[in-house]
Design a protein around this ligand. Structure first.
Ligand code: PLP
Length: 461
């Protein structure tokens, strides 16, 4: 029925019924169509268990190869057993009843309920959140949807991912937008104010927007997102946050953060299926930035009646909800993963991930000594689940670090390396080993990793 209804939406449904069905009317209207999906009841996680048993129960939820320690969640995560089982079940039901699967799954139209849930979990309203394919997709939606003009300046850190750089470069070549890199301190980073000051210094008359990663993938340092968004607001700038690594790793509250746009992955630390992500678009308060849909399916239903006037569009995120036929099992599996995270406790996961990362940094320091360069300092406000360092004297030796990662994988530890510039003007790149520590790891695995890395390091000196 869900798929059949999509055909009807674009075909012969009148506008009012269509909006009701898709849940893209004002939040109040949408709630009446909330998601009725009934995932299989799986054993719940007993939060009253002592810490060690509790995390063992959590770790038992994953089907990761026991002969390997997977520490590259920063690239992509792994679905827990119960999410995977339900995902498979949804696919199976759809394969059996391609257009009648909703009856069997007990689904109404999933999307409004899913968005309401996501909104509650990430500190915003239903009308401010939609499910994207991934961070790249969400960033493209925002960057190509804003009405930039020739000469407008966008500030970005010198550690952004290609997912932001690529659409930004298109804006530069196509419209004549000016891109200005802000150098954020790396090895001498001690205080969040250094990052804020670096941005502040670059704000000029034609600056229109600030783009930054909440956790840049190269170093894993957590940037002061709330203060940076505040700085943007104070200066009338649009804040666009690449939060690829944040859902599922740290607690998020978009209203509290005060960002205009937040693009994030559902398939990384949140451990949803591939090609899932979220997009937050601020829809309350003053100065809502004009945003045009680039990948449009619902424009005439939502924005056209009011000439895309932001002050009169009730559900801006509804514009990005449907992109034609959807991968409904994936959307629901992302929600299932989010529900599991709520059960475990997002605050508990953040503390767990960050303490493991802090423990890893201490172990690296003890075992490799002062000569190993840590690109993510062991300072609580900067700590995330990503840790990056280089143990070798020549931190610009790409072959060595590449070989290290390959050989470490043969020892059963999967990590990755990243390439970065310490300073904007650096003529040559620096390389770092990047390790992700998440809820399916523990100190014993971290100890095993550090030991394996040290053996390898000595062998490669
Ligand atoms: C900071 C950052 N932004 C964006 C991306 C792209 O994420 P996705 O694959 O979800 O588009 C990544 C992927 O590693 C990333 O690290």
């Amino acid at each position: 029925m869900m798929q059949a209804s999509y055909e009807r939406q674009t075909g012969n449904m009148d506008r009012r019924n269509f909006l009701k069905l898709t849940g893209v009317t004002a939040a109040g209207g949408a709630l009446s169509m909330s998601c009725q999906s009934k995932p299989e009841k799986l054993p719940s996680i007993d939060s009253s268990l002592p810490d060690k048993e509790f995390w063992k129960t959590v770790q038992d939820q994953f089907v990761l190869d026991p002969d390997q320690v997977y520490m590259n969640i920063g690239t992509t995560g792994a679905m827990p057993q119960r999410v995977l089982d339900n995902f498979n079940r949804y696919n199976h039901v759809i394969a059996r009843h391609p257009t009648g699967f909703m009856d069997e799954l007990g689904w109404e139209f999933g999307i409004p309920g899913q968005r309401e849930k996501l909104g509650k979990q990430f500190g915003c309203n239903l009308d401010e959140i939609s499910i994207s394919r991934n961070t790249t997709d969400a960033l493209n939606t925002v960057l190509f949807g804003l009405p930039f003009e020739k000469g407008d300046e966008i500030l970005l850190t010198h550690h952004e991912h290609v997912s932001a750089l690529s659409p930004l470069d298109v804006l530069k070549d196509r419209l004549g937008v000016v891109l200005t890199e802000v150098e954020i301190p790396v090895v001498d980073l001690e205080n969040p104010d250094q990052v804020v000051e670096a941005f502040k210094k670059k704000i000029a008359d034609r600056t229109r927007a600030m783009v930054f990663s909440h956790i840049p993938y190269k170093t894993g340092v957590r940037l002061p997102a709330k203060t940076l968004c505040g700085l943007a607001r104070e200066n009338g700038l649009i804040s666009i946050v690449d939060g690829a690594h944040c859902p599922g790793m740290i607690e998020l509250d978009f209203h509290d953060m005060g960002c205009d746009f937040y693009a994030a992955s559902g398939h990384k630390w949140q451990c949803g299926p591939g090609a899932t992500g979220i997009l937050y678009v601020r829809n309350h308060g003053d100065d809502l930035p004009e945003l045009w849909p680039q990948n449009s399916c619902l424009y005439s239903m939502i924005a056209q009646p009011v000439a895309n006037d932001r002050s009169r569009i009730e559900d801006i995120s509804g514009l990005f909800v449907l992109r034609g036929q959807e991968n409904y099992p994936a959307l629901q599996a992302l929600i299932d993963a989010c529900d599991l995270w709520e059960e475990i406790g997002r605050d508990r996961i953040e503390i767990y991930d960050c303490s493991l990362s802090s423990y890893l940094k201490k172990r690296i320091h003890t075992v490799f000594g002062d000569s190993a360069v840590l690109f993510s300092p062991d300072i609580p406000e900067f700590t995330s689940g990503l840790t990056s360092f280089n143990p070798f004297q020549d931190t610009g030796d790409r072959k060595k670090i590449e070989g290290f990662v390959e050989r470490l994988a043969k020892e059963g530890y999967v990590i990755r390396f990243t390439e970065l510039r310490l300073h904007v003007e650096d003529p040559k790149p620096t390389f770092a080993l990047r390790i992700s520590t998440h809820l399916f790891h523990d100190r014993a695995r971290v100890d095993g990793l550090v030991e394996a890395m040290h053996v390898l390091y000595r062998d490669m000196l």
